[in-house]
Design a protein around this ligand. Structure first.
Ligand code: EPU
Length: 342
């Protein structure tokens, strides 16, 4: 056994996923260093176990016992690598908390991540689904990602371009899914703030808080207030944030929907028109709907919640009904956002 590695058998995962779904891992390892991570990944390759990489468990649906090895990379550390003009290049370990990292960068005087405050999860998970909120995606602030190739143990650096970022997507979810484990992320942050205030109600919230000097930290606080007002805190109520992506449809499809539903929430984009999935779900009648212990959140219909005691199968059943009903009413296919492990 190597140092920096905690290893368990039949590990309950209930507390390691923010939906609080019950599941067990046959083997579970937490790696506190890169050598420990390389060692445990080597053992997986040797034994050919199914492998699951766990971050903060905040974008995950556990739908059964996992007859394999769950590895949680707990690689910590945050450091300034260089200053280039107004740009700070900052390296952060995959195991660090995303939100604590956002606050730390702001305290250092480096802006760029303020709109992404209060997103649950770890830094290592942030590039996988290209987390985003209030007009900013992590891909806008990311320089590169270092990752271990599971089959060889080699370290590879992916530039932001090589990550193939798109809306809630990257190559880590598609072309190279299951092949790499993120070690750390290099961010490019600014000493001269370039604030993004025009999305959602950021300006309204800053006015409500009577902020006279709009600093990056003030923007983070506004975002935190807005998120807290509509998104449930996973520490209080099990959830995985948005359960579906906002779908993009053709301009013709959006126009015909707009005629039938004049208050449809829709934003034109390069591919067509993006629709607010929360609006579609609410107007298909699901907001606040409860089925056993699982439910559609009563303040944000895009969020499914577990009131306690719900299972992954129950949640996926509810999600399937919502998807079918939205499809029947609006002819729109919803795509699930969280990853399913079963
Ligand atoms: N809406 C409704 N009913 C609802 C929910 C939303 O009508 O029940 C309407 C709102 O009134 C608004 C529009 O839909 O006009 C958009 O709602 P909101 O601003 O709450 O954002 P969202 O599109 O539902 C997305 C992200 C969130 C992110 C927010 C803010 C996705 C899938 N979700 O939600 O990300 O925090 O924008 O930028 O893109 C996440 O991915 O887990 C997540 C929380």
């Amino acid at each position: 056994m190597v140092a920096d590695l905690a290893f368990f058998q039949q590990q309950p995962l209930d507390r390691l996923n923010t939906l609080r779904l019950p599941a067990r891992a046959r083997f579970f390892a937490r790696a506190f260093s890169e050598p420990a991570l390389r060692y445990i990944l080597g053992s997986v390759t040797a034994h050919n176990f199914p492998l699951y990489i766990l971050g903060g468990g905040s974008n995950l649906v556990l739908a059964g016992a996992l007859d394999g090895l769950v590895v949680q990379p707990a690689l910590m550390g945050r450091e300034l690598i260089t200053m280039q003009g107004d740009t700070a290049l900052v390296r952060v370990g995959a195991g660090e908390s995303w939100h604590q990292t956002v606050l730390w960068t702001l305290q250092q005087g480096w802006s760029g991540l303020e709109n992404l405050a209060l997103i649950p999860g770890t830094v290592g998970a942030s590039p996988i689904q290209n987390i985003g909120a209030y007009g900013v995606e992590v891909s806008d602030r990311l320089h590169s990602v270092r990752a271990l190739q599971i089959s060889t143990g080699d370290l590879r650096t992916f530039t932001a371009d090589e990550c193939g970022f798109a809306y809630r997507d990257s190559i880590f979810k598609s072309q190279v899914a299951g092949e790499y484990v993120v070690i750390d992320v290099l961010f490019k942050l600014n000493t001269k703030p370039d604030l993004c205030l025009d999305y959602g109600d950021i300006r309204g919230e800053l006015a409500r808080q009577q902020v006279s000097r709009i600093s990056p930290m003030a923007v983070a606080q506004a975002v935190m207030a807005i998120r807290s007002s509509k998104l449930p805190d996973p520490a209080q109520l099990g959830n995985a944030g948005s359960f579906f992506k906002n779908p993009t449809v053709s301009v013709e499809h959006a126009n015909s929907l707009k005629q039938a539903f004049p208050d449809l929430v829709a934003y034109p984009n390069a591919q067509g028109v993006k629709l607010a999935a929360g609006w579609l779900i609410e107007h298909a009648g699901w907001k606040g709907y409860q089925q056993g212990a699982v439910a559609v959140h009563d303040r944000q219909a895009l969020v499914l919640v577990n009131h306690g005691g719900g299972t992954g199968a129950e949640l996926l059943d509810l999600a399937a009904k919502i998807r079918a009903s939205v499809n029947a009413k609006f002819a729109v296919e919803l795509e699930q956002e969280p990853i399913i492990w079963q």
